[in-house]
Write a protein that binds this ligand. Structure first.
Ligand code: FE
Ligand code: MN
Length: 297
């Protein structure tokens, strides 16, 4: 396993670039994924790009960099590509292009996103759901063409554990990857979050990483790793004793599916009211716990 860190743990805590870089350098990990919870892609372009450079430079000073940049929590809150009106979905296409611009300014080579959320009415209307799906495929093809022009290497679509969103299970993920295959100017890959993939209430007997990774093997990007109990999307750190993710399980899943080359970004999303000391302790504990099975540490 290659271990990386997603910066969700630092949101609302260590926002200032130099401060964030020094917290990250304490973690002794060499793969980082920033989120658009630190920088809003909508900020005025010139100013936003300068701020992106501040983050990139602060990380470079510590010998670190961002491999990729993900949508994050703020982005995920909005309907985006799966929104109830074409106006909203069009705005999201513009927003995603601005996100790609900012990713490139940050030095990232990959941009990751969850596609958005449908309104209840659309999600339960098969015809409307299909219409939004087909339009989303076109939007991703367009986004990949834009990414290529900007020098991005790939786009990664995160599957989420909600019926009102897609893709949300191995079959809908595979359908999407096949529908995109050969039509995009840069690869559009499937990004698996272990907590989403293990969510039993929605996935039932498909809440199994071996099923996900075997089904999606040709289309896999990197992944989010978190501790979870499979009953909600917990994003716990590895101190939680009720969790079902263990070192042994991670190793077994990766070796039996031949996916040891993927980067697993630890995505710990503590409650905002958790103290900063507790969050840092959870991060350090989790990295120490995972280190024995990480080939890069
Ligand atoms: Fe995730
Ligand atoms: Mn999640």
């Amino acid at each position: 396993m290659i271990l990386g860190v997603n910066l969700s743990f630092a949101v609302k805590r260590w926002q200032e670039p130099k401060e964030l870089a020094s917290v990250c350098s304490e973690l002794k990990v060499n793969h980082f994924q920033l989120n658009f919870d630190f920088i809003d892609p909508w900020w005025p372009e010139d100013t936003r790009n300068k701020i992106c450079h501040d983050y990139r430079d602060a990380f470079e000073e510590k010998g670190l960099c961002f491999d990729s940049v993900f949508g994050g929590m703020a982005d995920y809150t909005f309907p985006q590509f799966l929104g109830y009106s074409k106006t909203i979905r069009d705005i999201s296409s513009t927003f995603r292009k601005r996100s790609i611009d900012a990713t490139v300014e940050l030095g990232g080579t990959a941009y990751g996103l969850a596609l958005g959320g449908m309104t209840h009415k659309d999600a339960y209307d098969p015809e409307k759901r299909e219409l939004i799906y087909q339009e989303t495929i076109e939007r991703l093809i367009d986004l990949a063409a834009y990414g290529k022009r900007k020098g991005l290497q790939d786009i990664e679509v995160e599957a989420t554990p909600l019926f009102t969103e897609f893709p949300n299970d191995p079959d809908s993920s595979l359908r999407m990857m096949k529908d995109l295959n050969g039509k995009t100017d840069i690869p559009v890959l499937l990004f698996v979050d272990w907590g989403h993939a293990l969510f039993k209430p929605l996935l039932k007997d498909k809440a199994d990483l071996k099923i996900w990774l075997t089904t999606l093997k040709p289309y896999l990007g990197n992944m989010h790793l978190q501790q979870t109990d499979g009953m909600l999307d917990r994003h716990w750190d590895f101190r939680h004793t009720e969790g079902i993710v263990t070192r042994e399980m991670i190793q077994d899943v990766l070796s039996s599916t031949g996916t040891e080359d993927k980067i697993l970004y630890l995505e710990f999303s503590p409650a905002f009211e958790t103290t900063d000391d507790d969050v840092l302790e959870g991060m350090k504990y989790s990295i120490e716990y995972l280190k024995p099975i990480a080939d890069n540490l």
